[in-house]
Design a protein around this ligand. Structure first.
Ligand SMILES: Nc1nc2c(ncn2[C@@H]2O[C@H](COP(=O)(O)OP(=O)(O)OP(=O)(O)O)[C@@H](O)[C@H]2O)c(=O)[nH]1
Length: 374
């Protein structure tokens, strides 16, 4: 039954997958912002392009139509390909080239460079702190080239030297502010995610044994039951209880009881597959969820666990503590909801206890327990 190549169902794995889902939602939010901006830019470019044509600035109008075309192609391409990275890079590159064109051409009444003020915050938001900074510094250098080399073929306007210096200074200041703000935002977000990861892990873990707690197990049971209803997959559960645990506490002390609970948990973990969920259901009661496991397979495992506990030497401060367990096993197929399944496991466990303990119900015959028959 113990296998190593199953997909892991550990608490850490489940917490990680939740965190990945949060990060994916955050990435999608960035894409959505870029898409809304693209749609806004598309209308804006078409409108200003038309206005330029009416004012007989045909070259400028055509250039704006060309940019609108690129925005549209990028949007359509994303719609069909869903390639987020390509969409983001194409979007920010297009914005950069558009702003450079507006700076080189002067735009409306030489106000073209002013658009560059939105570039650093947008770059940091979309590309992240590192590439946002590289791109913003690159933009400042490109603007300087346009300002200081008006004879270049792409440059069709000139700016007042006072404006040039003030513009470069203010754009650098905006870049520095955008960097600090975006860095603070990302740091705060990452700290929140780290905290959420810790709390999520703690909320699902039993402090003493580090197994799944009742809350986590209930969620796993619901997921597995949902999977069973959707795809007709099956699963089984084993409800275990340490026999006469009160006597262990009374004889060896509460600390010894705790140590035994930990050792018992490790034993269960060691004998389960990665895909199984082992939980401390409460006190000295443990529940194991076995996905894709028939009743017969679950009974075989339960019997193996029972025998392993009986054979294991539990010790505390050099004292040997004899210990056995009883278990109730059942499978999902005959039960229409989780509560009924758990109730049946509880009835089976109770039967195992009343029939003399150190046994499982329904009972099976095994090499270690040849006398027990169902
Ligand atoms: N040391 C320790 N004891 C615990 C813990 N949680 C529950 N217990 C004890 O477990 C004992 C359970 O006793 P009972 O419910 O009477 O069951 P039992 O003695 O195991 O008897 P059966 O289940 O009928 O075989 C109680 O004495 C609880 O105090 C824990 O975290 N640590």
């Amino acid at each position: 039954m113990t296998q190593t190549n199953d997909p892991s169902n550990s608490i850490q794995e489940r917490v990680n997958s939740r965190i990945i889902a949060v990060k994916e939602r955050d990435d999608q939010r960035v894409i959505n912002v870029a898409r809304y901006l693209s749609i806004g830019a598309l209308f804006f470019l078409l409108l200003i392009g038309l206005k330029s044509h009416f004012s007989e600035h045909h070259f400028h109008g055509n250039m704006l139509f060309l940019f609108a075309g690129v925005v549209l192609v990028n949007l359509i391409n994303y719609h069909f390909q869903q390639n987020k990275r390509f969409y983001q890079n194409a979007f920010i590159s297009m914005v950069g080239v558009l702003f450079l064109y507006l700076t080189a051409s002067g735009g409306e009444s030489n106000t073209g460079p002013l658009w560059f003020y939105v570039f650093p915050p947008l770059g940091f938001y979309i590309l992240g702190i590192k590439y946002g900074l590289i791109l913003s510094i690159g933009a400042i250098f490109a603007v300087m080239i346009i300002f200081f080399f008006p004879a270049l073929p792409i440059v069709s306007t000139e700016y007042d030297p006072d404006f040039q210096i003030r513009f470069i200074a203010t754009l650098s200041f905006v870049t520095a502010c955008a960097y600090v703000l975006d860095d603070a935002r990302r740091t705060a977000k990452n700290e929140l995610i780290d905290m959420a990861t810790l709390y999520e892990y703690a909320a699902r873990t039993d402090e003493l044994t580090s197994l799944s707690n009742r809350r986590d197990m209930k969620e796993c049971l619901e997921k597995e039951f949902y999977r069973h209803q959707r795809s007709n997959s099956y699963f089984s559960i084993i409800l275990m209880d340490i026999d006469h645990f009160k006597n262990i506490n009374d004889t060896y002390g509460h600390d010894a009881g705790d140590a035994v609970l930990k050792e018992f948990s490790n034993l269960l973990k060691g004998l389960s597959r990665k895909i199984d969920v082992v939980s401390r259901w409460g006190g000295e009661e443990f529940l194991m969820l076995l996905p894709d496991t028939s009743l017969l397979q679950a009974l075989t495992l339960a019997e193996r666990l029972r025998a392993a506990v009986e054979e294991h030497t539990f010790t505390y401060k050099f004292k040997t503590i004899p210990m056995t367990m009883s278990a109730g096993v059942c499978t999902v197929s005959q039960h229409e909801d989780i509560n009924k399944l758990l109730k049946q496991a509880d009835i089976n466990l109770y039967e195992a206890k009343t029939k003399g303990r150190n046994r499982i119900e329904p009972a099976v015959k095994s090499a270690t327990n040849p006398k027990v028959l169902s």
